[in-house]
Design a protein. Structure first.
Lengths: 105, 94, 312
């Protein structure tokens, strides 16, 4: 179906635009979110192309979805103080009073 | 009929994807960008998966499509919490 | 319309590759490299090479990203200067000319090659004798088994190279840095929810590799990434180098492969040639052993050499 190919082009184009944020993004978190967006867009493109390319493409989409967060988990581990920490167990952060009550601790 | 449902749902999904990317580019703060990324894009993916499910040839493929969406939700939920904490730490200068 | 799709994909891949090498910070280059891997897996699907796409997705989306990011973190922790020095224009021009020449030669070769027939005629006649229906698995594990055997040994050699980075006094410690997470937090729960699904997907990929895209390498890579998730979430403590069980897991794949090859020689078909009646089951057994070895080897490669600091 031609429409599915158009949707795939649309998703790729929006990914291309969002990668500008990875280029400019003033913080590490912005850039890492760009990687996550690429993962989601890749899954979307593969799902949309599956009726055209063969349903085996869904297996590739499954793997991308499965490990979508692995890069982000590796990132927060790597930038923690000793290389193996969890950003949620930071004692300094727990001591900071939450300003709008979103703390889940 | 199936094709009509596919057209409709994938169009809505594409709209949410584009909206998420626009939000990711234009929101002023890393935390609001996180909202745009996780909510809009995963909703877009859900609608796209729903649209493609109408083209699927067996129930196994439909289940696989929703497993993919569920795993993407899990990944987005995990990633958003962890990255938000790191962004908070970076903003506070630690 | 598919031409527009292919052009968009190619333009995006080229742009991301350019952005990776244009500098402006190591972290930005790492993120662009991860995006590049993800886009490549879509490109492989578009090229009808789903087996390669499966491997690229598991490695590019997961393992390579974690490897680069943990290296980046380590450089930051030891205070090393992670930024490359600014390039001077003098060294730039010969490199640019050499790259342009190579690109031109590749383009000429691309257009000079004949268009391959699908499926290849030799493969089409030989496939029924292979014992499996997936042509990629048949070529990897039956017709060109020699290459796959050497590749699995090369993977082992790479791991030994990484282990040589360990310091002598750390040799008996566990692999990698000690991981600690907040109990009941997001990371701990992620490490609990993901591995069951991941193990299922990995075993499914190994099992289904005989008939559909999949196979030992793809399933092994998924299992390695699942093990990595469990280790990063603090649920699995990495083993030590000295534990025999894990060393057996590392060599199981190449060993079983070698034994199958010798059995083939004993049965008269030739070294690494599988006789037709047992080809299917032999490939299945080899795939299971290879998947275990690849999973353990890749997981150990990413976790790292033995390092100090583990509390006993």
């Amino acid at each position: 179906m031609t429409w599915l190919t158009c949707v795939a082009v649309g998703v790729l184009a929006s990914l291309g635009a969002a990668l500008l944020r990875v280029w400019h993004g003033p913080g590490r978190a912005d850039r890492m979110m760009g990687a996550q967006l690429a993962g989601t867009s890749g899954v979307a493109v593969l799902v949309v192309l599956a009726p055209l390319e063969g349903w085996a493409a869904l297996d590739v989409a499954l793997i991308l979805a499965l490990f979508g967060a692995l890069a982000a988990v590796g990132f927060v581990k790597a930038v923690s103080a000793d290389g193996g920490g969890d950003p949620e167990e930071d004692e300094d952060l727990a001591a900071t009073p939450p300003d709008n009550g979103v703390s889940s601790e | 009929m199936n094709d009509l449902a596919t057209y409709a749902f994938t169009s809505i999904g594409l709209f949410f994807f584009v909206a998420g990317s626009v939000g990711f580019l234009r929101f002023p703060d890393v935390f609001s960008r996180l909202h745009a990324l996780t909510k809009a894009d995963n909703l877009g993916l859900g609608f796209i998966a729903l649209g493609i499910a109408f083209q699927a040839e067996s129930w196994r493929l439909v289940a696989l499509l929703f497993l993919i969406w569920g795993l993407m939700l899990l990944a987005a939920g995990t990633m958003s919490q962890l990255i938000a904490r790191d962004a908070l730490r970076e903003r506070d200068g630690r | 319309m598919t031409l527009v799709l292919d052009l968009t994909l190619c333009a995006l891949i080229l742009a991301v590759a350019l952005a990776t090498v244009l500098g402006g910070g190591v972290f930005r280059a790492i993120v662009f490299f991860i995006v590049y891997g993800l886009l490549l897996s879509v490109a492989w699907v578009r090229l009808d090479a789903v087996d390669v796409a499966l491997a690229e997705a598991a490695i590019g989306a997961g393992l390579t990203g974690v490897l680069f990011l943990s290296a980046f973190g380590k450089l930051a922790r030891i205070g090393a200067e992670a930024e490359p020095p600014a390039a001077r224009i003098r060294g730039f021009l010969p490199a640019a000319l050499a790259c342009a020449g190579l690109t031109g030669a590749l383009a000429w070769a691309w257009f000079a090659l004949p268009v391959p027939e699908r499926p290849a005629p030799d493969l089409a006649t030989a496939l029924p004798r292979a014992g499996v229906e997936n042509p990629v698995t048949a070529v990897l594990l039956n017709f060109r088994a020699w290459d796959t055997l050497l590749e699995s040994i090369v993977l082992l050699a790479a791991l030994i190279g990484v282990w040589m980075l360990a310091r002598d006094e750390d040799w008996h410690d566990r692999f990698g840095l000690p991981q600690h997470v907040r109990p009941g937090g997001v990371m701990a729960n992620f490490g609990r929810l993901l591995p069951p699904v991941g193990v299922l997907v990995g075993v499914y990929l190994v099992y289904v590799g005989a008939d559909r895209p999949g196979g030992a390498f793809q399933g092994g890579t998924v299992l390695a990434a699942v093990g990595l998730v469990a280790a990063l979430a603090g649920l699995l403590r990495p083993p030590r180098v000295t534990q025999i069980v894990w060393r057996m897991g590392l060599v199981a794949g190449p060993l079983v492969f070698l034994v199958a090859g010798i059995v083939g020689a004993i049965l008269g078909a030739g070294f690494l040639t599988l006789p037709e009646p047992i080809a299917g089951s032999a490939i299945f057994v080899i795939e299971i052993a290879l998947a275990i070895s690849i999973a353990v080897t890749l997981a150990f490669l990413v976790i790292g050499p033995p390092e100090q600091g583990h509390r006993e």
